[in-house]
Design a protein around this ligand. Structure first.
Ligand code: ADP
Length: 401
């Protein structure tokens, strides 16, 4: 089956066109600056030259029309007819407590997603817009939703309840949900295959470090705790998000700086994290360059990020009562030699020993632990799009039975 995987943000759409049998992305790309006159579409088809289209793309419907256009392009595309797009798989950020797995998108599903826009005001509206835009462009093509929250829906209450009046949970569903679930689930499965052990017998800590970052404790294949919470703001220090802080800090800032709720949201989601602390960049490569050049604030930002990861590892070893392997994934986890090195530094007391040489130039899925490390330290590239494509294929095949 050939599945168009869409990850729709407020002004961008990332896409991949995946053959689920081979697992190969036949084409991939991204539309950015949707809604502006200088929108840009970058597209690459497997084995062909990259192309870039710049122009006015006013909304998601037009953006998807362009994506279908490049997929059909005789020179740059990979299909001859629209009907070669068998299905569409959407990354949907928030499934609330309703969706514990991927689903075929129906009118009822769209209505349910709209019902809990409150829970994910930044993420779910563009996801819904993407679903509606895809339906307009490809009527009749089945669509599935794959949720970032789904993997975490079996967390125990002790891990998902916050210490606030219980009625706030029952009334407003305020609880930890966790995100990046597709990635955590994928790398946990891959880790089990790599270790040649059943996932059901493993205690794993999966660390997804990208622009957003989260860490999950996985016991016997189930997410039992995770660092992101009610929204993706909680937990580790991220590119532009603060991660954990004393809730009073927010109230204090709103008061002192005269910020309203929306401005406080922007401050914590867009101007904090590596960006806010360093004043330089949200991008880890640039932070590392600034640290190497002696920039103190960049070093502070880097150190805070590392320190928080180390603390969560300690906490999750305690939560799991041990750990067989720690998995590094995401753009930073897969590629930053320095982040992995410093996270594992001085962690011998927990049985963590990194092989410095293996860490320097790892390729693909690999074990970076030294011979005496009690916990295996794995680097596993994530592939959320493939999970979305394969889930979509599975759900649609089940429907056709
Ligand atoms: P997203 O969360 O948007 O999917 P990615 O998973 O692609 O993001 O991760 C982006 C992050 O990975 C950026 O901070 C980027 O600087 C970092 N990154 C990518 N390659 C490297 C590298 N070689 N060394 C350090 N950081 C890297």
């Amino acid at each position: 089956m050939k599945v168009l995987v869409l990850n729709c943000g407020s002004s961008s759409i990332k896409y991949q066109f995946i053959d689920t049998e081979s697992g190969i992305a036949l084409a991939k790309g991204m539309v950015e600056r949707i809604g502006m006159s200088n929108a840009v579409l970058n597209h690459t088809s497997y084995g062909k030259d990259k192309i870039k289209i710049v122009g006015e793309i006013l909304d998601h419907t037009i953006a998807i029309k362009y994506v279908i256009g490049v997929l059909l392009s005789p020179n740059h595309g990979v299909i001859k007819e629209r009907k070669e797009i068998d299905a569409i798989g959407h990354r949907v950020v928030h499934g609330g407590e309703v969706f514990s797995g991927s689903v075929l998108i129906t009118d009822l599903v769209i209505k349910t997603l709209k019902d809990f826009i409150d829970l994910a005001p930044l993420h779910n509206p563009p996801n819904i817009r993407g679903i509606e835009a895809a339906k307009e462009n490809l009527p009749g093509v089945p669509q599935c939703a794959v949720f970032d929250t789904a993997f975490h829906t079996r967390m125990p209450e002790k891990a998902f309840l916050y210490g606030i009046p219980y009625e706030l949970y029952t009334r407003h569903k305020i609880r930890r949900y966790g995100f990046h679930g597709t990635s955590h689930k994928y790398v946990a499965q891959k880790a089990a295959e790599f270790l040649e052990k059943p996932l059901e017998n493993l205690k794993l800590i999966t660390i997804h470090l990208g622009n957003g970052a989260s860490i999950t404790a996985v016991e016997n294949g189930i997410s039992v705790d995770t660092s992101m919470g009610f929204t993706p703001l909680e937990g580790l220090l991220m590119g532009t998000r603060s991660g954990d802080l004393d809730p009073s800090v927010i109230l204090f800032i709103m008061d002192k700086e005269g910020l309203n709720i929306s401005e406080a949201n922007t401050l914590l989601n867009k101007h904090s994290g590596l960006m806010g602390l360093s004043g330089e960049s949200s991008d880890m490569r640039e932070i590392e360059q600034a640290v190497a050049a002696g920039n103190k604030r960049a070093k502070d930002a880097f150190d805070v990020m590392i320190y928080k990861i180390k603390k969560y590892i300690g906490a999750y070893i305690a939560a799991l009562g041990g750990c067989d392997a720690i998995v590094f994934t995401g753009g930073i986890g897969e590629n930053s030699v320095e982040v992995r090195r410093q996270v594992c530094e001085n962690m011998s007391c927990l049985g963590i020993e990194l092989d410095e040489k293996l860490n320097l130039n790892p390729q693909g899925e690999c074990d970076l632990s030294a011979g005496n490390s009690k916990i295996r330290l794995l680097r596993i590239p994530t592939n959320e799009e493939l999970v979305i494509a394969r889930d979509t294929q599975r759900i649609i095949s089940e429907q056709m039975k």
